[in-house]
Design a protein around this ligand. Structure first.
Ligand SMILES: [Zn+2]
Length: 86
């Protein structure tokens, strides 16, 4: 599966997850799939409201580890106290 296709698929899954959570447990965080497009297998814990905000701003749901990986290599700096997600 190519990254664009995976991202679209995961977006659909996340949208369903959001609908479910928002109607059933709006105050509890849910585990959303990382939409980075790679086979990272990461989950992102978000409150339904936080997910809705991401959708409204057009941002992609990404785990902290995947957000970091998208930065150019030379600008990556080690962050103390942040566990590796791989
Ligand atoms: Zn990812």
């Amino acid at each position: 599966m190519d990254p664009g296709r995976r991202t679209r698929l995961f977006r659909e899954v996340n949208d369903r997850m959001y609908e479910l959570l928002a109607s059933a447990e709006p105050d509890l965080p849910g585990e959303f799939l990382c939409e980075c497009g790679r086979e990272c297998g990461h989950r992102v814990e978000l409150l339904p409201a936080a997910f809705a905000t991401l959708r409204e701003t057009g941002e992609v749901v990404r785990s902290p580890g995947c957000r970091r990986l998208r930065l150019p290599r030379r600008r990556q700096e080690p962050v103390d106290g942040v566990p590796a997600l791989n």
